[in-house]
Design a protein around this ligand. Structure first.
Ligand code: AMP
Ligand code: ZN
Length: 125
């Protein structure tokens, strides 16, 4: 079901991340503006594990279009800012977007994992 949230952002009431955007579910928010929200992952896989999401409900990376270029540039600008704020810019970090079942996506609201604070292995399992 589509509802209108603060500032006219569409909210899908069944979506846990839309409910975090709407502040119906608590989260540890580390950054917020009109279009983007970033919060701590509830099950961190590294000393720093943040999730960045567009406030607009986009289920997966496949839902992006060329018209989202500005949004994506902004998301990566926020990732750079948060990486610096969390001291990750010197030693590095990983940014991950899991897509679909084989990609390991469990929440179907587009999100960017920002992981850092330890040496991360490659390839993933
Ligand atoms: P993915 O598996 O790529 O879809 O990632 C979903 C991520 O969301 C996982 O790392 C979960 O730990 C995280 N997650 C699920 N529910 C919450 C929540 N309520 N607050 C913060 N992170 C969550
Ligand atoms: Zn959503």
């Amino acid at each position: 079901m589509l509802l209108l949230g603060e500032g006219g952002v569409s909210i899908v009431s069944e979506c846990i991340f839309c409910r975090i955007v709407a502040k119906e579910i608590p989260s540890e928010i580390v950054y917020e503006d009109d279009t983007v929200l970033a919060f701590k992952d509830i099950n961190p896989q590294a000393p720093v594990h943040l999730l960045l999401i567009p406030k607009r409900h986009i289920p997966t990376l496949l839902g992006l279009t060329e018209a989202d270029g500005e949004l994506l540039a902004h998301i990566y600008a926020v990732i750079r800012q948060l990486a610096r704020e969390h001291g990750l810019d010197e030693k590095g970090f990983r940014t991950v977007v899991n897509t679909g079942d084989d990609g390991g996506q469990t929440v179907y609201h587009l999100h960017f994992h920002l992981l850092g604070g330890r040496s991360l292995q490659w390839p993933p399992g």
